[in-house]
Design a protein around this ligand. Structure first.
Ligand SMILES: [Zn+2]
Length: 416
């Protein structure tokens, strides 16, 4: 709850969280306690016999939490909140289509919609329970004129899904301002799933070198920073830094970026990693890029909301907005979806010092830098540029910098 509140995905009065433990006891957030200052002792226990233990009454939405656990024996955690972008869908009686980005689709699946009923009522519980019990067993339900309910096999899974769904809703709201949204078809989702199943061959464990340790520390720091600045979700996005030659450090697959530690990072050496380690699925692409471009030493795959919105529409991202944007981003091109998985050589050929920033269709942004700081800097400029373009649409058409202005800029700052 603290994490949901600190990431502005609930107000202090809205939202509730519960978990069901192995004894079928349900632990739920209390009613009317400031969400910004909850502690362990505020959580209320509800036993299977209907008795309670705790310092407060349970959340007034306990009835629908109970209904969900009854309808879905596989569910062990439920999150309910009123995050801004999903509330926008809720008040228009719409649900976000998650066939937007492969990770979003895989985590959130199809989103259900439950008709309005009075908060706290048995009827609201019935409406939600009915939706969650349907074929395909959805895990996310938008509540009409209310908010969202997301569940999972544990609280981490539910949180990742909840956070990712709100991210998807934000990307969609931004993308719809640009034009028609391109959704993934079944074949494309399969293609990305097969690619995600690839595992790297094993290598023998070697003692850590000082260069390796430093690369781990840097990648860890910037992965946490990308999450803190909402340039990626808790598990999506991958960052890597070259150690030397054909070895680099990359973020692990599906591990929460909030508590990431340098030792969680994976070293990929000559295309191999140690047994039991799971590097981000972009590891083979990053290796191909490092092999092709000796001057590139850091790579970031990220899903910043506004730049990602461009990646799901056909609207080009014109970077001739302000000198900083053009200098750091150059001309931004989009790589077609099927190439990302089927032709890593072509993706590697499309990036490089002349094209440090590329959009991957329905997959966010790919940024290459001389150093980790260089790549991260470009990522921040990319998101700020995309956000400015989206925001100014109410003011009128953009007045891009002139060709002469761009020539002059390139001549004055050749090394950026
Ligand atoms: Zn509510």
């Amino acid at each position: 709850m603290d994490r949901i509140y600190s990431r502005d995905m609930t107000t202090t009065s809205g939202g509730n969280v519960s978990v069901r433990d192995e004894n079928d006891d349900i632990w739920i957030t209390p009613a009317r306690v400031d969400k910004g200052s909850l502690s362990r002792s505020d959580i209320v226990l509800r036993r299977p016999d209907g008795t309670f233990e705790g310092n407060h009454p349970p959340s007034s939405e306990l009835p629908f939490h109970l209904r969900i656990y009854e309808a879905r024996p596989d569910v062990r955690a439920v999150i309910h909140a009123h995050p801004g972008a999903l509330v926008s869908f809720s008040i228009c009686s719409r649900v976000p289509d998650t066939r937007l980005i492969p990770e979003i689709r895989n985590l959130c699946g199809d989103v259900a919609f439950a008709p309005y009923a009075l908060p706290g009522s048995e009827q609201l519980g019935k409406n939600i329970g009915l939706e969650l019990a349907r074929d395909g067993k959805p895990s996310c339900v938008v509540l009409e004129n209310h908010g969202v309910v997301v569940c999972g096999g544990d609280l981490n899974a539910a949180f990742q899904r909840f956070e990712t769904l709100e991210f998807a809703a934000e990307i969609l709201l931004a993308a719809r301002r640009l034009g028609d949204v391109r959704y993934l078809d079944g074949g494309e989702i399969d293609l990305s799933r097969r690619a995600a199943e690839r595992v790297l061959p094993e290598r023998a464990q070697t003692p850590p070198t000082s260069l390796g340790k430093e690369a781990r520390r840097q990648v860890c720091e910037f992965a946490r920073r990308a999450y803190a600045h909402r340039l990626a979700t808790s598990t999506a996005g991958s960052l890597s830094a070259r150690i030397e030659g054909d070895s680099f450090v990359i973020t692990p697959r599906r591990l929460d970026r909030l508590g990431l530690e340098p030792e969680n990072l994976v070293i990929v050496k000559e295309g191999r990693c140690c047994a039991g380690q799971e590097p981000s699925r972009a590891a083979t692409l990053h290796r191909t890029i490092y092999q092709k471009h000796p001057e590139i030493n850091a790579i970031v795959n990220a899903l910043p909301i506004h730049a990602t919105a461009f990646s799901v529409t056909d609207t080009p991202l014109d970077t001739r907005t302000i000198p900083e944007s053009y200098l750091f981003l150059k001309d931004v091109r989009t790589i077609p979806f099927e190439k990302i998985y089927a032709d890593e050589e072509a993706v590697a050929a499309a990036v490089g010092p002349a094209y440090p920033v590329t959009l991957l269709q329905n997959n966010g942004a790919l940024i290459a830098g001389r150093t980790m700081l260089d790549a991260f800097d470009r990522l921040e400029v990319l998101e700020a540029t995309a956000a400015a373009i989206l925001r100014c649409s109410v003011l009128g058409p953009i007045h891009p910098m002139s060709d002469e202005g761009i020539r002059e800029l390139n001549a004055a700052f050749p090394s950026v």
